[in-house]
Ligand binder design. Structure first.
Ligand code: ARG
Length: 403
């Protein structure tokens, strides 16, 4: 009996060809595993296709809840955004897929797992580092990195073996999508000077064509987790789906990022992430109200580390566990509601409230009801300014050239 391999199967050209190729090249029986992270409306078609192309078994796993609860929401609580731009949709899905691949390999008694990544991207790293961390003895095969075929040759291979070539194979773009966002690269986007054509966007309406009246949305958080929209309780998956549609219809969530890949390449990627854009902004607004100045500053540093760690494929590490524990602790009072205004591509916070708010009206107001003791200010200023005065008197306030 041939050995078995579990392949992460998307239904696209590369992974379909991989089913055949793994049999030809390695004589492996392929078990196709398709993971639903909110990217497809109909998985039965993909399942059928895997079997038709030659998989001995085709599994479909609905991982949307897992993805939201264990990956997206912790990343939201951390405010994880790579290089200040990318909410990490693709990056966050890989460790989850790696875990499900490893689990399936155990259950099916497979000696290997396979993925469809090329040798130039981040995703191969994320998959393989995660798989190795979870199960070092599993063999990993990356057909698209090994076979050395161009796009055209891959299409020819598919035609030769009667593998249906999806219509999307004609598209110049490489697309990856899940609940947290859509990533688009290749084609004209490889020229960083060229504005992304309207055709690359499918989740967001062009801001030009967005409604002429703003939309308002209120998001309620419980300990840093979004739980209501306009006072209605919603599960995480539906909440994100709802916001993707609402914010997308106002043209919110388009990102044009020239990013630094882990493998040393700068690449230009377009993202659509309407729900992520809204939720990250809302969450940060609530933190601004419920965390102290020092907590906010420290947490921003953690956010950068957290985002890098996700981007760089280091999900299954102790550093991640340590940071996650800090992030979770930081969220214990991040409860309240944020109101946002969506209008022609922009998303702005226009109101926030919290039962644990550190904003004190009595301290802030200039009207009556002011409880701030202004007579204490001169003493504060005197002591605060002491080192400044001392230094100015001894060393003067000279510019670099003069000293
Ligand atoms: N650049 C993003 C990342 O490394 C997205 C990768 C997948 N993009 C794609 N268009 N297939 O996380």
């Amino acid at each position: 009996m041939p050995d078995k391999v579990v392949l992460a199967y998307s239904g696209g050209l590369d992974t379909s060809v991989a089913i055949k190729w793994l049999k030809e090249k390695y004589n492996l029986d392929v078990i196709a595993l398709t993971i639903d992270v909110g990217n497809e409306p109909d998985f039965s078609v993909i399942r059928q296709k895997a079997l038709k192309v030659g998989a001995v078994k085709a599994l479909v796993t609905d991982a949307k809840e897992l993805f939201v609860n264990y990956f997206i929401f912790p990343a939201l609580q951390a405010d994880a955004v790579y290089e200040g731009q990318y909410p990490l949709a693709s990056a966050l899905s890989r460790p989850l897929m790696a875990k499900l691949l490893v689990d399936a390999a155990m259950e099916e008694g497979a000696s290997a797992v396979a993925h469809g990544c090329t040798g130039k991207g981040n995703d191969q790293v994320r998959f393989e580092v995660s798989i190795n961390a979870l199960s070092p003895e599993l063999k990993i095969i990356a057909p698209a990195r090994e076979w050395g075929m161009t796009r055209e040759e891959t299409i020819n291979y598919a035609q030769r073996y009667g593998i249906p070539v999806p219509a999307t194979a004609a598209s110049p773009y490489s697309i990856d999508e899940n609940l947290w966002g859509r990533s688009i690269e290749c084609g004209v986007l490889e020229d960083p000077w060229v504005e992304s054509p309207e055709e690359v966007f499918t989740w967001t309406r062009s801001p030009n064509e967005a409604p002429n009246l703003p939309g308002y949305v209120e998001i309620g958080f419980d300990k840093g987790i979004p739980v209501t929209i306009d006072d209605q309780e919603m599960g995480g998956v539906s909440l994100i789906q709802h916001l993707n549609e609402l914010a997308g219809s106002h043209g919110v969530g388009r990102i044009d990022h020239l990013e630094n890949r882990l493998v040393g390449i700068k690449s230009r990627e377009i993202y659509e992430a309407p729900a992520a854009a809204v939720l990250l902004q809302a969450h940060q607004a609530l933190e601004a109200m419920t965390l102290s100045k020092d907590q906010l500053r420290f947490k921003q540093r953690v956010a950068v580390e957290y985002a890098d760690l996700i981007y760089n494929g280091l999900w299954f590490t102790s550093l991640h566990q340590d940071l996650a524990a800090y992030v979770k602790s930081s969220q214990r009072f991040v409860t309240g509601t944020v109101r946002l205004k969506l209008f022609k591509g922009s998303c702005r916070v226009v109101g926030r409230k919290s039962p644990k708010s550190l904003y004190s009206y009595g301290l802030a107001t200039y009207d009556k009801g002011d409880i701030f003791d202004q007579s204490a200010a001169p003493g504060f200023i005197h002591i605060w300014g002491l080192p400044v005065i001392t230094q100015a008197q001894v060393q003067g306030i000279s510019s670099v050239e003069e000293s």
